[in-house]
Ligand binder design. Structure first.
Ligand code: UDP
Ligand code: MG
Length: 135
């Protein structure tokens, strides 16, 4: 069993698709092990996305991620990191496969509805960032 961090980003919360997104995880064998709704400060969003601090989109991304409430979840299952990324689809909704969350609901390359950890190392850092005592 593996754990990964999932976030429903502010655009997903605004669109009223929290339930739809959670249903896709559960239908694909991922269990919700922890969940909370929070609103990040700009500084907290910067800390979460620290690996991207040199990227041109860092400032806009962290403005967006602190613009409204988000839903943060720990998902657990076999191959959870890869499976979650598959359910999410490619970063740019235009490039994402049919039937993925980002293809169905994403607005653009920034407002792409969901976040998912991309490796065991990032999952450990990201789960710790939101749920310190969970692992
Ligand atoms: N992002 C952006 N512009 C880009 C690439 C990424 O605004 O050109 C945003 C987008 O919200 C993305 C996040 O930055 O989900 C993190 O980027 P990453 O490359 O890690 O993509 P992800 O792992 O989320 O697919
Ligand atoms: Mg990433």
């Amino acid at each position: 069993m593996e754990q990964t961090l999932s976030i429903i980003k502010p655009d997903g919360v605004v669109k009223g698709i929290i339930g739809e997104i959670i249903k896709r995880f559960e239908n694909n064998g991922l269990k919700i092990k922890a969940m909370k709704m929070v609103r990040l400060s700009k500084k907290e969003a910067e800390g979460f996305y620290i690996v991207h601090k040199e990227r041109p989109f860092y400032s806009s991304l962290t403005d967006f991620m602190s613009s409204g409430p988000i839903v943060v979840m720990v998902l657990e299952g076999k191959d959870a990191i890869r499976k979650n990324r598959e359910i999410m689809g490619a970063t740019n909704p235009e490039d994402a496969d049919t039937g993925t969350i980002r293809r169905d609901f994403g607005t653009d390359v920034e407002k792409n509805t969901v976040h998912g950890s991309d490796s065991p190392e990032s999952a450990a850092f990201e789960i710790d960032y939101f749920f310190k005592s969970l692992h």
